[in-house]
Ligand binder design. Structure first.
Ligand code: HEM
Length: 471
C-alpha cells in the first residue's frame, strides 16, 4: 500500500497554505484533476489528506471515532471561544450526550413558539434600521445580516434575556468573542495577539451572562416557564448521573450561538444576493406566500412553513452552491486504508472532506454552477433525508455516500438543521412579503466568495437595493 500523492509545493512548512486558503474550491478542483480524489497537501506543516467525491465524503463523515477524531482537529479554535468541558474539550461520548440534550430543546413545540418571535424581530429590524427607512434604498449585507441573524437566533433559541443583553451590555463582548472565531486560530490560538486577549476576556464575561441567568432562574426570581434552550439544558444530566453543571450549560449556549450565527448569517446573505440577481425567483416566492397564506397574507406559522416548498428549495439550493463550511477535518488516530484505493493514510495525518466539491460537480448536478432552486422540484420526498436521492443520473445515494451534505453526516452531523430552516424560512418569508430586491445598477452577478473567514462569505461590498412592494 502507498501513501496518497502529495501536492507539489516549494516551501516545506508553508506547503499549499496560501493557495488553499485563498480559494479552497479552485485548489481542490485543480488537485482532483491532477491527482484524483485522494491527495495530501501541507497546511502550515500539517499533512492534510483530502478525500473528494461522495465516497470521500462518506470516508470522513462515517469514520469510526477510534480512527478519526474531530476534537483534536477543532479544539484549538473552539475551546477558547466556547469554554471548557463541552463540545471538543471533552471525551467524544460526552459530546454525543450534549448533542442529545441540545436536540431536546429543538422540538416542534419550541419551533412553534419561535416562528412569531423570529418574525417580530425581522419586522422590528426593518422598521428601526436606518438601512430600511423610506420607500427604497440599499442595504450593506455584511452589516445588516449578522445583526438580523443574531437578533432572531438570540430571541428564539437563546432566550429573551440573552437577546436583550446582546444589544446592550454585551454587544461589544459578543463582537470580541466573535473575533476569536477565525481560521488563523485553527493553528495559532495561543498567539499573544490583542484579539486573543480580548477573546479570552469576552468568553468569561459571556459565560457570566448565562451563569447569572441560570442563577436567577434557579432562585425563582424569573419565570421558569420561558421555553428556551437554557431552561432545557438546565434540566439535563449525563448517563453517569452527573448533571450538566451551570458552567457547562453556559458553554453549550455559547457553542450554539457561534455554530448558528456564522452558518445562518452566510446563508441569509447569499440568499438575498441570489434573489436580487433573479427577480423571477422572488416572484415565485411571493406567489407562494399568496397561495399558502391567502391574499391578505395571514401570519406565518411553523405548520405553514413546511408547505412553502419554494422557500425550502431556495435554501437547499443556496446550501448547494454556498455551503458555509468548506472543509471538514479529523485527526487520523490509526493508519487507515481508503476504500477502493491502495492508499493507506498514516496516523500522523489529518483528513479533510469537502462536500461542496461534489455538490458543484457536473457528474451529480446538471449545470452545477447555476443557482437554480427549481432543480429540487420533484425531490420533495427527499425532504427528510437529503442524503438519499436520485437526480436522474442513476445515482441513488444511501447513507452518507452522497454528493450533497451541507449539514454533514454521521456522529458529528449538525443538530441545527431544523432550527436553521425555521430561522431562514421565517426571515425569507417576512422579507419577501415586504420588499423587492435587486443588485446595484450595473452589477450583473452576485459577488465572488471571500474565504478569509470561518464560513464562505460574500466579498465586499455585498450590497442589495430594495424597494417596498406596491400594494
Ligand atoms: C455540526 C453545517 C446551523 C449546531 C455541523 C456540521 C456541518 C454543519 C457541516 C458537521 C461538522 C463536522 O462534521 O465536522 C451547518 C449549516 C448550518 C448549521 C450549513 C446552517 C445553514 C447550525 C445551527 C446550530 C448548529 C443553527 C445550532 C442551533 C451544530 C452542532 C454540530 C454541528 C452542535 C455538531 C458538531 C459535532 O458533532 O462535532 N453543522 N450548521 N448548526 N452544527 Fe451545524
Amino acid at each position: 500500500p502507498n501513501q496518497p500523492p502529495v501536492v507539489f509545493h516549494w516551501f516545506p512548512f508553508l506547503g499549499s497554505t496560501v493557495v488553499y486558503g485563498m480559494e479552497p474550491y479552485k485548489f481542490f478542483n485543480k488537485c482532483q484533476e491532477q491527482y484524483g480524489d485522494v491527495f495530501t497537501f501541507i497546511l502550515l506543516g500539517r499533512k492534510m489528506t483530502v478525500t473528494l467525491g461522495p465516497k470521500g465524503n462518506e470516508f470522513v463523515f462515517n469514520g469510526k471515532h477510534a480512527d478519526l477524531c474531530a476534537e483534536e482537529a477543532y479544539t484549538h479554535l473552539t475551546t477558547p471561544v466556547f469554554g471548557s468541558g463541552v463540545v471538543y474539550d471533552c471525551p467524544n461520548h460526552m459530546l454525543m450526550e450534549q448533542k442529545k440534550f441540545m436536540k431536546f430543546g429543538l422540538t416542534t413545540e419550541t419551533f412553534k413558539a419561535y416562528v412569531p418571535l423570529i418574525k417580530d424581530e425581522v419586522v422590528n429590524y426593518f422598521q428601526t434600521s436606518p438601512f430600511f427607512s423610506g420607500q427604497s434604498g440599499k442595504v450593506p449585507l455584511s452589516t445588516a445580516i449578522p445583526q438580523l441573524t443574531l437578533f432572531t437566533a438570540s430571541r428564539s433559541l437563546q432566550g429573551r434575556e440573552v437577546r436583550e443583553a446582546l444589544t446592550t451590555t454585551h454587544a461589544a463582548l459578543f463582537h470580541d468573542l466573535d473575533m476569536g472565531f477565525t481560521p488563523v486560530n485553527f493553528m495559532f490560538p495561543w498567539l499573544p495577539l490583542p484579539h486573543n486577549a480580548k477573546r479570552d476576556k469576552a468568553q468569561k464575561a459571556m459565560a457570566k451572562l448565562y451563569l447569572d441567568i441560570i442563577k436567577r432562574r434557579k432562585s425563582g426570581e424569573e419565570s421558569k416557564k420561558e421555553i428556551d434552550m437554557i431552561w432545557n439544558l438546565m434540566n439535563r444530566s449525563y448517563k453517569s448521573g452527573e448533571t450538566l453543571s451551570d458552567l457547562h450549560v453556559a458553554h453549550c449556549m455559547i457553542a450554539l450561538l457561534m455554530a448558528g450565527q456564522h452558518t445562518s448569517m452566510a446563508t441569509t446573505t447569499w440568499t438575498l444576493l441570489h434573489l436580487a440577481a433573479k427577480p423571477e425567483i422572488q416572484k415565485a416566492l411571493y406567489d407562494e406566500q399568496i397561495k399558502v397564506f391567502g391574499k391578505d397574507l395571514a401570519p406565518l406559522t411553523y405548520e405553514k412553513l413546511s408547505e412553502l416548498q419554494m422557500v425550502n428549495n431556495v435554501v437547499k439550493e443556496i446550501l448547494r452552491v454556498h455551503p458555509p463550511l468548506h472543509s471538514i477535518m479529523r485527526k487520523v488516530k490509526s493508519p487507515l486504508h481508503v476504500p477502493d484505493t491502495n492508499f493507506v493514510i498514516p496516523s500522523s495525518h489529518f483528513v479533510m472532506a469537502a462536500p461542496g466539491v461534489s455538490a458543484m460537480d457536473e457528474k451529480y448536478f446538471k449545470n452545477a454552477k447555476e443557482f437554480d432552486p427549481f432543480r429540487w422540484v420533484g425531490h420533495e420526498a427527499d425532504e427528510d433525508n437529503a442524503e438519499k436521492f436520485d437526480f436522474g443520473f442513476g445515482l441513488v445515494s444511501k447513507g452518507t455516500a452522497s454528493p450533497y451534505l451541507p449539514f454533514g453526516a454521521g456522529r458529528h452531523r449538525c443538530i441545527g438543521e431544523q432550527f436553521a430552516n425555521v430561522q431562514l424560512g421565517t426571515i425569507i418569508s417576512t422579507l419577501i412579503r415586504e420588499f423587492e430586491f435587486s443588485l446595484p445598477p450595473g452589477q450583473k452577478d452576485v459577488p465572488l466568495v471571500d474565504y478569509n473567514s470561518m464560513v464562505a462569505l460574500a466579498m465586499a461590498p455585498a450590497m442589495v437595493h430594495w424597494k417596498r412592494r406596491a400594494g
